[in-house]
Design a protein around this ligand. Structure first.
Ligand code: GLV
Ligand code: MG
Length: 349
């Protein structure tokens, strides 16, 4: 039987002097989490411009940073965090995994130096709630030591078979949980999936139409990630935290990137990673609701002022449940409009 904290204990700070955990997540539009390699000075220097363009700037310390640049990436992130005004963009870092030789310095040095500016720590290779508990406790101690006034949140990457198995208990491990991202590359390796791609489909993962004489048989590619994204979305929605699609590695195929991001959006995800500047516009487009859908949703809300009953709009039945669907759409649209003048103009919000 799982042993869990009582509800009252769950919301107490884990160290004397640490800020009280959030009961509700801060409401933020996070359509793209843009990855910056902070050991590269030229890219670090552009962080201010980037922050006006993206919803989240993330300094990546983990995979894709070579061993010889690990310390430089950490120092570069601290320098970038100090030097940059991020405006309304979130500031995140992806630290190294908990079993690596760099992670303790990543956490202690970054929280010590710029913990008051840091919104979220992305934790890779999370296997179970024990990984979250470790970081949760350590962050509380460091917040207390450095007099940080608001809790730093944790975002887990779902990228091991064991993590997927434990996804529900990861989602509810701490009030510090912000959300999680699908990590299709590590997850493929962990599961011994036979793909070398980072996200996206595979031409051999398909369903073949039944044979009918000698007629050519149609086949359709299926989505390799459907099961995992669905499982992640349910775990996150039930826990009141946010699910994200992670990376899409084929920068030469923007249409495929858009299709994966859109599936994730339709299924309930809040955003995705942008690893290349060209993916920023894709994520912005995909994770902002379609203005035509928003217009229709507004009509539903208007037709059912108290959210109950049944009405017909353009031949389509609406009731209490579709009112709730419309409210999801309009609430998101209002958040996006408040931050994005182009979107506000398109939707009239
Ligand atoms: C991301 O970290 C991945 O492994 O896909
Ligand atoms: Mg990974």
């Amino acid at each position: 039987m799982a042993v869990e904290k009582t509800p009252r204990k769950f919301f107490q700070p884990l160290a004397a002097g640490a800020p009280a955990p959030y009961r509700d997540l801060p409401v933020r539009v996070e359509r793209m989490i843009h990855f910056v390699p902070p050991h590269i000075e030229k890219l670090r220097a552009r962080a201010g411009d980037l922050a006006r363009e993206v919803d989240v700037v993330l300094g990546n310390l983990e995979d894709a940073v070579p061993i010889e640049a690990k310390e430089a990436a950490r120092a570069g992130f601290i320098e970038m965090a100090r030097a940059t005004d991020f405006g309304s963009a979130g500031l995140w870092t992806r630290i190294n995994s908990l079993n690596s030789p760099w992670v303790l310095d990543d956490i202690t040095q970054i929280v010590g130096a710029v913990g008051d500016k840091l919104d979220v720590i992305m934790l890779p290779k999370v296997e179970g709630p024990w990984d979250i508990h470790y970081l949760d406790q350590l962050l509380a101690q460091l917040e207390a030591r450095h007099a940080i006034g608001r809790p730093i949140l944790i975002h887990a990457i779902l990228e091991t078979a064991e993590g997927v198995k434990n996804v529900d208990s990861i989602a509810t491990a701490s009030p510090r949980m912000h959300g999680m991202s699908l990590g299709p590359a590590d997850l493929a390796a962990s599961r011994a999936m036979k793909t070398t791609r980072v996200g996206g489909g595979h031409p051999e993962y398909k369903v073949l139409e039944d044979a009918a004489g000698d007629a050519p048989r149609v086949s359709y590619q299926q989505d390799l990630w459907h099961y995992t994204v669905a499982k992640m979305v349910d775990a996150c929605a039930a826990a009141g935290i946010k699910p994200f699609y992670g990376p899409f590695g084929d920068f030469s195929d923007p249409a495929a990137c858009e299709a994966q991001f859109r599936n994730a959006f339709l299924m309930g995800c809040a955003g995705a990673w942008s690893l290349h500047p060209s993916q920023i516009a894709i994520a912005k487009r995909v994770f902002s609701p379609d203005p035509a859908e928003v217009a229709f949703a507004l009509r539903i809300l208007e037709a059912m002022p108290n959210g109950t009953g049944a009405v017909m709009i353009d031949g389509k039945m609406q009731d209490d449940a579709t009112w709730k669907q419309a409210k999801v759409m309009v609430d998101l649209a209002r958040q996006v409009a408040a931050k994005d003048p182009d979107f506000a103009a398109k939707t009239g919000l």
